[in-house]
Design a binder for this molecule. Structure first.
Ligand SMILES: CC(C)(COP(=O)(O)OP(=O)(O)OC[C@H]1O[C@@H](n2cnc3c(N)ncnc32)[C@H](O)[C@@H]1OP(=O)(O)O)[C@@H](O)C(=O)NCCC(=O)NCCS
Length: 152
């Protein structure tokens, strides 16, 4: 697992949008991935990107885990777990107390200790992206939140 490189973006785009087309996660444009490339971790196997995930900082006490995707052939091997744990560790290192995600797979995140909350409880700032989403305002993703002990 490593930080994404700019040359990974076309493969990350393909991976995310493969699952987005199946309705399993939100689509991302190339532009969004390029602009946020420093948020992303990837797992490569023989030069192929087989998984990715992003941690995006929203505010002093809030970050979001986004775009967790593991290629079908590489699932059920703990890669998704490693990516989420790495994102949580990065949030902890940054001193960010709360991490949230919006997902269609709440049970995957609940295993880490995330708990569900009403989307309306998330700060308005994180809705900026939602306004651009074709599904807005009828979002059917589930919001989950995780509190880190960052000693504040
Ligand atoms: C959801 C997703 C990210 C999970 O990724 P993954 O790499 O398969 O996840 P893991 O392997 O860490 O965990 C999945 C399961 O494999 C099990 N597992 C973990 N390591 C394992 C190993 N070494 N051997 C066998 N099984 C293992 C886990 O216990 C877990 O069990 P569960 O099915 O009972 O929950 C992946 O299925 C995916 O990309 N889906 C499409 C996109 C998507 O839905 N993303 C959701 C976030 S928006």
């Amino acid at each position: 697992m490593e930080k994404a490189r700019i040359s990974d973006v076309p493969q990350m785009h393909q991976l995310i949008n493969y699952f987005a087309d199946k309705g399993e996660m939100l689509a991302r444009s190339l532009s969004e991935i390029y602009e946020n490339i420093r948020d992303y971790l990837v797992v490569r196997q023989s030069e192929q990107v087989v998984a990715c995930a992003a941690l995006h900082v929203s505010w002093s006490d809030l970050a979001e885990i986004k775009s967790v995707a593991v290629a079908e052939d590489s699932q059920q091997q703990g890669i998704g777990t490693q990516l989420v744990e790495a994102c949580l560790n990065e949030a902890r290192e940054l001193g960010i107390a709360t991490v949230f995600c919006l997902t269609y797979k709440p049970s995957f995140f609940e295993k880490f200790g995330f708990s569900q909350l009403d989307k309306m409880e998330l700060p308005r700032k994180v809705w900026v992206e939602c306004y651009r989403c074709p599904k807005f305002p009828d979002c059917d993703e589930v919001a989950l939140i995780y509190h880190l002990d960052v000693g504040v």
